[in-house]
Design a binder for this molecule. Sequence first.
Ligand code: SF4
Length: 484
Amino acid sequence: MIALYMNRRDYENDIRSLLMAFFYGDKIVLNAKEWDVCLDVRYTDNYTSLSLKDNKGQCLEKEGDCHFEDYRLGRNDIKNLVYHILSEYTGMTLPWGTLTGIRPTKLPMEMYEKGASKGDAIRYLKETYLVSDEKAELCAVVAENEAEVLKNCDYDHTFSLYVGIPFCPSICAYCSFSSYPLLVWEKQVDNYLDALCKEIEAASTMMGDRKLLTFYMGGGTPTSLSALQMDRLLTCLEKYFDLDHVSEKTVEAGRPDSITEDKLQVLRKHRIDRISINPQTMNQETLDLIGRRHTTEEVKKAFHMARKAGFTNINMDLIAGLPGETGRHMQRTMDEIVNLAPDSVTVHSLALKRAAFLNQNREQFPVAGADEVNRMIGISHEGALAIGAEPYYLYRQKNIAGNLENVGYARKGCEGLYNILIMEEKQTILALGAGASSKFVFNSGDGHRIERVENVKSVKDYIERIDEMIDRKKKFLLKSENSF
Ligand code: SF4
């Protein structure tokens, strides 16, 4: 257990994030009486002193001036001091230095908007936030590519549409989404689609004059639906939304074991232009361990089937740091991916979310440390470059080993615009289905702000309370009519 003592609480979350990154998986408790390591942080208006002790008698101290007159400067100063004491104690450095937020690319993006160069951005990330050479370069390149994709985006007069299908062929051990196993819920799928179609019809009049820019069907696993059900859903969407003029239509097919030729034909018929087939790893023993219940051969088969059906923009999702995996496994995965040559690859670092089966049964699922996961990320980076893809979006999540990152790579023109929009939070996303969370972005009046309207998570509640879900959005929009 790690104890944290502070004389003031204004920077508590920032300090906690660093402690979590250095002591991955340990519990951090404020004012704990018993501990393995104890960090005591004292600060006045312009000065900070730190002391770190452990239960073996080791003790370190640090002090320094801090510019607390400016919140952002003060935060950087105190985080730098905390970083140095933790780094000295553990002998570790963090690839992202003191940067703990989820969107590191925001910093270079802001600098580019003011005319700074890539070199300026890299220098700033390294000097101010102690980011490693490799991650500073990655961050600056992603921000450049992201800005290029977004340059003609009219956020205020467009919106994106998300539709969620919360069913999956089986539940993966690391899953933290509200996903329902198809075998148990099969009888409810048509009732779910009835409710969803009702919500689609009602939602079609909610956005006024705004034009639909991107459409994304995610989950769960959308291709858990039968070909007939998928056809019904896409026909309903086309009836109420102008899908013909959107910039991007994605269906996250997801699990290869749910992809069939007739479903791919339905997607083609409705002119879906981007799909995702997600292996996560190309190591069979890992797939078996994490409960994916499909084979690596099925991944290849689904991919070739999709190519044959005419899909020219296929993404594949991978996870670095799955249980039992090391760099060697990632190398094998990337060799297979390079052979398949998808148009984009998204590499996630394993996030150990509290509710996930994997996290609650950690002894069954040994995971690699942060350095090894970072090595795996490096291997995936090289593999992505080998298929001609470049990094174009990047974000971080809580509970990732070593505070690492998720990166989307794509060949030019195959970037997932929706993926960037959802991270940037500059455009309204109307989200339909169980557990879907709509994000309404307000850019007028009192500045930029985001408000969320959430649907219930449970499929049963969603079906039973669909009228209430529709009313929730309607009431919210009525209340915000003048500012939205
Ligand atoms: S496919 Fe995705 S949503 Fe479905 S169980 Fe696995 S991790 Fe969860």
